[in-house]
Design a binder for this molecule. Structure first.
Ligand code: PMV
Length: 356
């Protein structure tokens, strides 16, 4: 069958895509962004990137010609990462090289909040490209668009592939879940109601740039003395968590999620060279969360990304109690007392699509 491909003179596509917080952590990769272990995350709601891409038909170039603006300002420092991303995407979607792209991006969360924006940013961009390809191949588009977009988002930043889905998303091949893949994430919807609207307060302990990027952190898993043990452990935690999510067992959820967060940072400490991203404030917050849970019986727990900030996770029914606890006891450890209230979200939203 010969493929019919449309030519569009000009198009603008805009998406808002959320960040996500991993419960079982992706740490370490092989090949082209293939994870060493499967991971699962909550897609967030309020922490999001909005990206619009203007596509203008032009002569075909060797590589995609693009301009990138962040909050209206050109950001040449992002070019190398984006150029690499486009060189990978065009292996699947070569027609993109016939277009000049103007990419405009902004985040809902303040810059330098220490919140990684690569998951929301790369997924938002991949979503715009996905819709554009679908339009060009309108009549014979053979792909599952969510898989394809998640796969492209992964090429930009591993964790971004999970942001394409609402609720919970799993990335990485595991015998526990049929249809799971190392290439793209899938939605996990067989979960108890309590986890469908779980809350996350992000405590901004350090709003600065991380000393060690996650790219370097992943690399330090190559030849890490505990790598195999970690991979087995992550697989076990994932298997356990899948059952916990179905059953709605919040106590077991807390055990696995906190163990994952601390194991991630233990792997950093045991790398060569070893490094640590947690601060005094991070440890103080963890102690206080555990003490409050023991004393009050409120089922809150913490998780950490590759940074000093703490994500405080809890069932929606405890929102008022947890917020009061945070304001009274934890803000003193946050830079300028900053925190963000978020919760499990419904996934990306298309905001605009115009073809000329
Ligand atoms: O997507 P990356 O390369 O920024 O890696 C993210 C790694 C963690 O945030 C620490 C864990 C995860 O699964 O999101």
């Amino acid at each position: 069958m010969s493929e019919t491909i449309l030519t569009v003179k000009k198009a603008t596509i805009e998406y808002q895509s959320p960040s996500n917080i991993a419960l079982v952590k992706y740490w370490g990769k092989k090949g082209v962004q293939i994870p060493m272990n499967p991971s699962i995350s909550f897609t967030l709601s309020n922490c999001a990137t909005t990206t619009s891409v203007e596509f203008e038909h032009s002569t075909e170039e060797e590589e995609v010609a693009f301009e990138f603006l962040f909050e209206g300002e050109p950001k040449p420092s992002f070019h190398p990462k984006l150029a690499k991303f486009f060189s990978l995407v065009t292996q699947d979607f070569p027609e993109l090289k016939q277009y000049r792209l103007t990419i405009n991006s902004s985040n809902s969360f303040p810059h330098s909040s220490g919140i990684a924006s690569s998951a929301s940013a790369m997924s938002a961009l991949a979503l715009c490209l996905g819709d554009f390809e679908k339009k060009l191949k309108e009549d014979n588009y053979p792909y599952n668009i969510q898989e394809r977009v998640s796969h492209w988002a992964r090429l930009g930043s591993g964790s971004a592939c999970r942001s394409v889905f609402p609720g919970l998303a799993l990335w990485g091949k595991t015998p526990e879940v049929e249809g799971s893949s190392d290439e793209f994430a899938i939605e996990v919807d067989d979960v108890a109601p309590v986890f469908k609207d779980y809350c996350d307060i992000v405590l901004l302990v350090d709003k600065g740039k991380k000393k060690i990027s996650s790219t370097v952190g992943h690399q330090l898993m190559d030849g890490h003395p505990y790598a195999n043990a970690r991979i087995n452990h992550a697989n076990e935690n994932l298997g356990r968590l899948m059952k916990i999510l179905q059953k709605g067992d919040v106590d077991d959820f807390i055990e696995v999620v906190e163990n994952e967060a601390l194991t991630l940072h233990a792997m950093m400490l045991a790398s060569n060279p070893g490094f640590f991203l947690i601060h005094d404030g991070t440890l103080k917050i963890i102690e206080k969360i555990r003490y409050f849970r023991e004393q009050e019986g409120v089922k809150l727990c913490f998780t950490l990304d590759a940074g000093a900030n703490v994500h405080l996770l809890y069932p929606k029914e405890d929102h008022d109690t947890v917020t009061a606890f945070v304001i009274e006891n934890l803000l003193e450890y946050c830079e300028n007392e900053a925190y963000i209230c978020d919760s499990v979200g419904r996934g990306p939203k298309r905001l605009n699509e115009i073809y000329e």
